[in-house]
Design a protein around this ligand. Structure first.
Ligand SMILES: Nc1ncnc2c1ncn2[C@@H]1O[C@H](COP(=O)(O)OP(=O)(O)O)[C@@H](O)[C@H]1O
Length: 280
């Protein structure tokens, strides 16, 4: 199964590279697209396969990694896979740096190759299911994914636009432990009938405070370009999943303490009162 999934993704990748098939052909399993495997598509015997969508800065990484711990499936972020590749300084690194630092999207064939290697490594370790964060990011990627496996649920995280840029600019990572923090304190005043919104900073513990770094693509100019690209290329992915009845819209009401319990409720995971303490 792992090898098949890998081969199918690799084939999808080759197809994208050559531009031979339309995504619809890939998704339908006909023509030159990969064949669908009933076994692979069945939810029985496998864990959740969820996708998180949302603008840069919305908190996809924060919420999807918390949920991954809660429901016991791996959190797979294609942004993290790209950053790992950059950090490894391999043959792809300079090409990727040029793309990522301009806020552009990495070509499908590279992203699919990184993702299929990650899925294969996970399956070798016995992982089943996933929470995908940052993939699919275009309708084409959604069609390719649909061609190889079923997605059970797509969570579309939404946050008021005024907060997104500030959240990206406030993002900090501990260079030692990899912990994610945010120094932005967001306080949007209520006006014209719209309620206000407060999001407290997520400050690092003292042992991380002197080791904080900022992502190279979290500059104002690049974040604005990433938001533009999201609206142009990723927003249509919402419709793709809406039409298939898989999209769960979730408006973040504020920071983690307010949002996490509500998200658990929306996902029908809310009865686990003890697990809600993860919001603390
Ligand atoms: N599915 C994808 N397709 C193309 N490029 C991607 C994909 N996922 C990540 N990337 C690249 O990695 C960068 C960082 O991704 P991510 O960490 O998900 O950022 P964001 O905070 O903008 O959601 C993106 O701007 C893009 O260059």
């Amino acid at each position: 199964m792992a090898v098949l999934k890998r081969l199918m993704l690799a084939r999808a990748s080759a197809v994208v590279a050559r531009g031979l098939c339309s995504g619809r052909e890939l998704g339908s399993g006909s023509g030159c697209g990969p064949k669908q495997l009933p076994l692979q598509r069945s939810p029985e015997g496998r864990n959740r396969q969820w996708v998180f969508l949302g603008c840069p800065g919305v908190g996809k990484g924060t919420y999807s990694s918390r949920l991954s711990g809660l429901v016991g499936v791996p959190h797979i972020s294609t942004g993290d896979l790209v950053r790992d590749e950059l950090a490894a300084s391999g043959p792809l690194a300079s090409q990727l740096a040029e793309i990522v630092n301009h806020g552009k999207l990495v070509p499908d064939e590279i992203i699919i190759d990184l993702l299929s290697k990650r899925l294969e490594a996970g399956e070798a370790k016995g992982e089943t299911g996933f929470i995908l964060d940052g993939f699919p990011r275009t309708v084409r990627q959604a069609e390719i994914l649909e061609g190889v496996t079923d997605i059970d649920l797509v969570v579309n995280l939404k946050l008021r636009e005024e907060a997104l840029l500030a959240k990206c600019l406030g993002r900090r990572i501990c260079s030692q432990c990899g912990g994610n923090y945010n120094i932005a304190s967001i306080d949007i005043k209520g006006e014209n009938g719209q309620p206000g919104m407060y999001m407290a900073p997520l400050l690092p513990p003292p042992h991380c405070a002197s080791k904080l770094i900022t992502r190279s693509d979290d500059t104002e100019e690049v974040v604005k370009e990433r938001l533009r690209i999201y609206n142009e290329l990723t927003k249509p992915v919402e419709d793709f999943y809406r039409q298939r009845g898989k999209l769960l819209e979730f408006d973040l009401p504020g920071g983690i303490p307010e949002s996490w319990p509500k998200l658990l409720q929306a996902l029908k995971l809310g009865d686990n009162a003890d697990k809600k303490s993860a919001a603390a």
